[in-house]
Design a protein around this ligand. Structure first.
Ligand SMILES: [Zn+2]
Length: 567
């Protein structure tokens, strides 16, 4: 049942469920009864349009209410993913006829039938234990910040909303969210969307009429608090107020002081020109906290690691890079979401690539090249293809760290040499134009539409596949007739990879950079180009500017050793 329920998992069951035992005490691991199996086998899907969470941060008590639009033919039972024991189930505001839990799902049956397209409201209570999952911050946790304050975090992530009550854990779903958070007097609390901060109760609303856009559960089911945070308005850009939540005088330094307001303003105006108005209202909050990841993109709340100011790499300006990346996620990940877990790569790649384009065009000349070099290096770590095709898709925690280098390289940067940056950026605009669930296939089509080319062979070679990707090895040969140098590149891999490979050719009199193109057809594993260079060729360097992933010949390989920053 768990596999069947795993993601889509909203079921309104046809049969009357009044005969189901009321079994709130059975816990999440009970084996389903035949009656429950029958109910779930006949389940139909509905859509959760809204979540209402009442959270007590002191105790972990959560009341979770789902508003569901019922698909035909309606019914009087409902099932959703739920990993915590749930009690006090209600159906349309009245006590449920029955409820039971088994194998990660809550089944609730009501005393009234819900007709097609009617609205069902189903709720339950749970006490969420302080527990973290996957060795990450996923779950409900308290952790000391660098100043000794207690940071409290309720974090869902991809497929993880069921840690806090019943929900549709499918990452492709977009919904409205309302939070009512009870907390200690005066504590600063962040929850998604528009915030009304109170002395002991803080409310948040994320809906089309409050903030403008919906959001997925992976980022929107989130509450964060630190009693030492001070709320500091920082600046306004493109009609949006930037507000920082930081512990003043944090050991190691604060984030806001190391950012340049002019540069952040320039980036925000640039990205809103590119992708449209900020999707979540008129306030963007940036908080510093003791998190495992370097950053996370909750809608209207960006949480950055408090240790970022002390990092020296891997980017030239890591704080600015991570902030830009998380801002891009507000459109790429939050407003538009993943069609499936396996599509994770486009979310990170788009955030990385657009941060890079801004670096390359608007910031210090060293920043763009450093970002490219880092992506190129960590691409050699990847154990999975950018869009893994294993069936079933591997758990997200096994492959998500592999996307940060190869993703922006293969989805965007390498295409610049084949179709031009303008077409790549236009493709991203097409891809993100609608708030919807998007796949890597959708991205391929958007890029093809923007560039007027067929990218089928390119994506088959670089993007889709099972197991560890086999990146090509490029070897170079030169021949000379006076100042005319012929550069021949041969690539070695099972597939021929469409790409352009830059080769730096040197002689005693100078250097020349020679682009050698295999084209999008890549009909041969050998390609040549000509260059003019005085003097005898003394050496060549493949891809000196890190514009294509190239594996190293086995004799001097040093693959897979660099730490990958996750954010
Ligand atoms: Zn990211």
């Amino acid at each position: 049942m768990g596999r069947r329920i795993g993601y889509a998992v909203l079921a309104i069951v046809l049969s009357a469920c009044s005969s189901s035992p009321s079994s709130n005490d059975d816990g999440p691991d009970k084996v389903p009864s035949t009656q429950e199996e029958n109910d779930l086998n006949r389940a139909i899907t509905g859509t959760v349009t809204r979540y209402d969470y009442a959270v007590d941060l002191a105790t972990g008590a959560v009341r979770d209410r789902l508003t569901v639009r019922a698909d035909p033919p309606g019914g009087d039972c409902f099932s959703a993913s739920c990993e915590v024991p749930a009690t006090d189930a209600e159906w349309q505001g009245a006590p449920a006829a029955s409820s039971s839990q088994s194998d990660g799902a809550l089944l609730v049956c009501g005393r009234s039938r819900v007709l097609p397209w009617q609205t069902l409201r189903v709720s339950s209570r749970s006490v969420v234990p302080e527990e973290k999952f996957l060795g990450l911050d996923v779950g409900f946790s308290r952790k000391k910040d660098l100043a000794g304050g207690t940071f409290t975090y309720l974090l869902s992530w991809v497929g993880g909303c069921s840690h806090f009550g019943p929900c549709d854990a499918d990452p492709s779903r977009l919904a409205s969210f309302h939070f009512d958070v009870e907390h200690a007097p005066g504590d600063m609390v962040l929850c998604p969307g528009k915030i009304v901060q109170g002395e002991q109760r803080t409310r948040c609303e994320l809906s089309p009429w409050s903030t403008g856009s919906l959001a997925p559960t992976y980022s929107a089911v989130a509450v964060a608090s630190d009693p030492l945070w001070k709320r500091t308005p920082w600046m306004k850009a493109a009609g949006v107020d930037f507000v920082f939540y930081e512990v003043p005088n944090l050991p190691g330094g604060n984030i806001a002081p190391v950012l340049d307001k002019g540069s952040v303003t320039g980036f925000f105006e640039w990205i809103t020109d590119l992708l449209g108005p900020f999707p979540y209202g008129d306030e963007l909050r940036v908080a510093a906290a003791p998190t495992v990841w370097s950053g996370f993109e909750h809608p209207a709340n960006i949480i950055l690691s408090e240790k970022l100011p002390t990092r020296t790499g891997p980017f030239t300006n890591t704080v600015m890079h991570v902030l830009m990346h998380e801002i891009v996620h507000q459109w790429a990940g939050d407003r538009a979401t993943l069609a499936a877990v396996g599509d994770f790569v486009w979310k990170e790649s788009t955030a990385e690539y657009l941060a890079y384009v801004f670096e390359d065009e608007h910031r210090d000349a060293a920043e763009g090249p450093a970002t490219r070099a880092y992506w190129d290096r960590i691409s050699l770590n990847a154990k999975f293809h950018p869009r893994p095709l294993e069936n079933p898709t591997p758990p997200v925690q096994t492959f998500y760290g592999d996307v940060y280098g190869p993703g922006p390289m293969v989805l965007y940067l390498q295409l610049e040499a084949l179709v031009g940056r303008a077409a790549v950026v236009r493709g991203i605009q097409f891809f993100l134009a609608r708030p919807a669930a998007r796949s890597v296939e959708d991205l391929r089509r958007a890029l093809e539409r923007a560039a007027h080319v067929d990218l089928g062979k390119y994506f088959d070679a670089w993007v889709f596949g099972s197991g560890k990707p086999e990146w090509p090895v490029f070897t170079v040969a030169t021949s000379q007739s006076g100042s005319d140098v012929t550069v021949t590149v041969t690539q070695t891999a099972a597939k021929v990879h469409p790409c352009v490979v830059e080769v730096e050719v040197a002689s005693a009199s100078g250097k020349v950079l020679v682009p050698v193109t295999f084209g999008l057809d890549a009909s041969s594993n050998t390609a040549t180009a000509h260059a003019t260079l005085q003097g005898e060729v003394t050496g060549t360097v493949v891809d000196p500017n890190h514009r294509v992933i190239d594996a190293k010949p086995a004799s001097f390989t040093n693959e897979g050793t660099e730490e990958v920053l996750i954010f």
